[in-house]
Design a protein around this ligand. Structure first.
Ligand code: G3P
Length: 229
């Protein structure tokens, strides 16, 4: 499963890219507004921070303007994935951009029918929003199960299921069990995935017992020497 980071915060992205676990980034107009920075400059900077796809969303709703915006975003860097909403105009633009060789991430997907349309329109990614479905009492992960099952019937479809609106590590695990291709995680969720109290407890016990041996793997002053290097 690929992990994308769902944020426009460059510091967060740089910090998490350093873990070696990040395969891409997704942004949306709300995340860009939250960053308080210039959108086009931020996209360019993020594209330099991560080699994988960086989703940047159009903000028009009519096909001609969406297409012009999408081409402008795609020109920023080769790893830009243009995000379009799952609307008739959005899918028209998806088809045109995909035919031009541009990665397209079709976002705001809430049904299997919509996901089927996104795949037919040539989307590189479709983004079903699991958290927002859960928020209204539906079962977001059921949508992931449906989409993965449908896409598996048609090997010629190249659209990847990019699980979005992730709220917690359980969403990531359940999506992985279902075989989703990508999960885009808020930074906090990725950090939560590391954490388990038994890991902390076990490490503390190992280090306490090791300290009693009086030994050092790197030899006298080794740790200081390694840190200085
Ligand atoms: O970026 C798309 C999606 O991940 C948004 O999530 O938390 O606003 O529902 P959220």
């Amino acid at each position: 499963m690929k992990f994308f980071i769902d944020t426009a915060d460059r510091a967060e992205i740089a910090d998490l890219v350093a873990t070696g676990l990040v395969d891409g980034v997704t942004t949306n107009p709300s995340l860009v507004a939250k960053s308080g920075r210039n959108f086009l400059e931020t996209v360019k900077e993020i594209c330099a921070l991560v080699a994988g796809p960086v989703s940047a969303e159009v903000t028009a709703t009519d096909a001609p303007t969406m297409l012009e915006e999408g081409r402008r975003l795609a020109a920023i860097a080769s790893n830009v994935a243009v995000k379009v909403p799952l609307t008739p105009d959005g899918l028209k633009v998806c088809r045109t951009l995909a035919d031009e060789g541009t990665m397209v991430n079709v976002t705001l997907c809430f049904s299997a029918a919509q996901a089927l349309l996104a795949a037919k329109a040539g989307a590189r990614f479709v983004s079903p929003f699991v958290g927002r479905l859960d928020d209204v009492g539906a079962t977001g992960m059921e949508l992931i199960r449906e989409i993965v099952a449908i896409y598996r019937n048609y090997p010629a479809l190249k659209t990847e299921v990019l699980v979005a609106s992730v709220r917690n590590p359980l969403h990531v695990v359940e999506a992985a069990k279902l075989g989703a291709d990508v999960a885009t995680l808020p930074p906090a969720v990725l950090r939560q995935m590391f954490a388990h109290p038994l890991t902390d407890k076990g490490l503390a016990a190992f280090l306490a017992d090791w300290a009693k041996t009086g030994q050092s793997i790197l030899g006298p002053g080794g740790a200081v020497r390694a840190a200085a290097e």
